[in-house]
Design a protein around this ligand. Structure first.
Ligand code: MSP
Length: 610
């Protein structure tokens, strides 16, 4: 069954927009061995069955608390959230962790600048991230702060393991250090540049951030020993880092020599961090501290194997080296399993420019929610964000995408088939096999056209295609495929113009109900598939269709059961209450921007008054 579904899937997939073939080893990444593929056959039930290969852990990077959240941060978080939601809808057990990175020089300096005690400063900004995630429906199951005691225990334990296995030694470090990147750099990684006052300064070639010369006694990690093992890992796991382009970048980096890594700083210079066990003169390097957060949330150093067997990290391209070189090397040294996959995304620019405080172009997502809604904003980021390449943000683009796809195509379709004019009884209409026979060529006087059959085939295929897209970290392509089918369904509806049919004529009436039924079934499938991306909007859509909370996972995707001569659970049901437009059309950008700012100011004033 599974084989035949896949074969058909791949054949039909070629008819959906820009669908390419899947790398074999990546194909069932969301389907662990033994877990049956969700069946798209007509028999009705499907879904995660008997087999089980252990739960998985999905993580975002933990966010620095030196600045307030912006759309780049939210992008990392909603990508991870959508993957997590899809996994659970597919029937897997999963845990989803996010949180804040609170130690290091950068944070120490930011707290000093704000004249606040570091922990108090961190708590304030950490809460801003938490609030953003709650408002944007990021459904994390664990929120970690590196200042928590459980994390300190995990980091110090991890340090002792590396030390006891002989991977740490005391040495003298001399070189460049970038505080904004919290990273050490060699001579070849820096260049000279003039600052705003015309002074010559050294900056990191990669980030452009100013570097300073550092010379101190500290602990070194034997990173150089791991170069062959890292290369071997990537060779044996060609999809360990995804999209492929980033795997090539890492392999390229590994062609060069890999120097040992300084993993502590003198405590006299860096107080805001976790002390090295049994050496109070040293503080653990903030990246080693931060990376261990992934183990902390898995339960380390206590029993963590359950969550550590399938780990998926979602990270931005700027922190690839830390996740794809340092982290796997630390894990190898500690004798722990490596992540199953590191999913990398590119960056958002704003109106063609890098987002930066000094340019004043940082986009505050919460400000935009008041106009676009959290779901609308999530949809935009995931629909337009392409992990392989940088993407540009501008408000007019958001307005156009949301109006065309959520307000008009999806919302309009729902309106039409649930409106009282065409659906006066407000029910999930009946399907007639007589009007829409399974085979178009058996002599019925069917009104269904070849295009209708094609649409049905494609909507049937859609769940598997969407699942594959999620596996491949191509959520934008999953949304492209859903949107393509929504357009086909709109075409179907217009082609048959049900508003022209005569309800007093039995044949017309039967066909009208069938057209409505097919449309409602399509909408049900789109609603289920859109849940990981727009959870509140999908809930509104499914509630209007009277689809209960227990009927919304991948198992319930058996599309158009009646067409296949099976029982349809929804037929004849009273529709859910009409709670208004699914998504309100947005005004032009200039108005949109000032409206967002006005709404935001008003919310802040109200908040302050409280
Ligand atoms: N604290 C480290 C991560 C430690 S994980 C063990 C860090 N934090 S960050 O706050 O600077 O970045 C968090 C995430 O936001 C990263 O994935 C980063 O790529 C992402 N973004 C920051 N700016 C971005 C854009 N302009 N566009 C898209 N994402 C970007 O790094």
């Amino acid at each position: 069954m599974r084989g035949s579904v896949s074969a058909r899937a791949l054949r039909l997939a070629s008819q959906l927009p820009s669908v390419c073939s899947l790398p074999d080893s990546g194909r069932r990444r969301l389907l662990p061995p033994g877990r049956a593929a969700p069946r798209t056959d007509r028999a009705g039930s499907s879904g995660p069955a008997a087999g089980h290969c252990g739960p998985s852990l999905i993580t975002t990077p933990i966010f620095y608390v030196n600045a307030t959240p912006h759309i780049g941060h939210l992008y990392s978080a909603v990508l991870a959230d959508a993957l997590y939601r899809a996994r659970t809808l597919l029937g897997y057990e999963a845990k989803f962790a996010t949180g804040t990175d609170e130690h290091g020089l950068k944070i120490q300096q930011a707290a000093d600048a704000a004249a606040e005690e570091p922990l108090k400063f961190c708590s304030k900004v950490s809460l801003e991230f938490r609030t953003l995630f709650q408002q944007s429906l990021v459904s994390y199951t664990d929120y970690i702060r590196t200042t928590e005691e459980r994390h300190k225990n995990a980091v110090q334990h991890f340090w002792c393991v590396l030390r006891d296995k002989g991977y740490l030694y005391q040495g003298s470090y001399e070189g460049w250090y970038s505080v904004p990147d919290e990273t050490f750099l060699s001579e070849s990684q820096v260049m000279e540049r003039k600052d705003a006052y015309g002074n010559l300064i050294k900056v990191s070639i990669e980030s452009g951030h100013k570097v300073e010369w550092t010379k101190e006694e500290n602990y070194m990690f034997r990173l150089s020993e791991f170069r062959p093992m890292l290369l071997d890992w990537l060779k044996k796991n060609p999809h360990a880092i995804y999209p492929e382009k980033f795997q090539h970048i890492v392999v390229h980096w590994l062609q060069e020599e890999l120097p040992d890594l300084s993993v502590s700083r003198q405590r006299s210079r860096l107080k805001w961090g976790i002390p090295v066990p049994e050496d109070s003169t040293q503080t653990i390097y903030v990246w080693l501290d931060a990376l261990v957060n992934y183990l902390t949330v898995a339960g380390y150093p206590e029993d963590h194997n359950c969550w550590w067997s399938r780990v998926h990290h979602i990270v931005g391209k700027d922190i690839l080296k830390f996740h794809a070189i340092y982290w796997p090397a630390f894990l190898m040294a500690a004798g722990l399993q490596l992540p199953k996959q590191i999913c990398v995304h590119s960056h958002w620019t704003v109106n063609g420019q890098k987002m930066s405080k000094s340019l004043g172009n940082v986009i505050d997502p919460m400000e935009r929610f008041s106009v676009y809604t959290a779901d609308g904003f999530r949809y935009f980021l995931l629909r337009q964000g392409v992990p392989e390449t940088d993407c540009d943000y501008y408000d007019d683009k958001v307005r156009k995408v949301l109006n065309a796809e959520l307000a008009d195509a999806l919302g309009g379709l729902l309106n039409r088939c649930t409106g009282t004019r065409l659906n006066p009884d407000q029910i999930y209409s009946s399907f007639s096999n007589h009007c829409f026979p399974k085979s178009p060529y058996v002599g019925h006087s069917s009104r269904a056209t070849a295009e209708d059959y094609k649409m049905i085939q494609l909507v049937e295929q859609l769940p598997l295609d969407v699942e594959h897209r999620f596996e491949k970290f191509q959520i934008y392509k999953a949304l492209e495929a859903i949107n393509f089918c929504i357009r086909l369904t709109n075409g179907f509806f217009h082609r048959h113009a049900p508003w022209k049919l005569d309800r007093t004529n039995a044949e017309d009436c039967c066909w009208l109900d069938t057209v409505l039924h097919v449309t409602l079934e399509c909408l049900r499938v789109y609603g289920i598939l859109l849940q990981p991306v727009v959870p509140a909007l999908a809930n509104k859509l499914l509630s209007r269709l009277a689809i209960g909370p227990q009927e919304r996972d991948w198992r319930h995707l058996n599309f158009l059961a009646k067409y296949h001569n099976n029982i349809c659970l929804f037929e004849g049901r009273k529709l859910g209450p009409d709670t208004g437009l699914l998504f309100n059309r947005l005004e032009r950008t200039d108005k949109t921007q000032s409206k967002a700012q006005d709404n935001w100011k008003m919310m802040k004033i109200q908040h302050t008054l409280k």
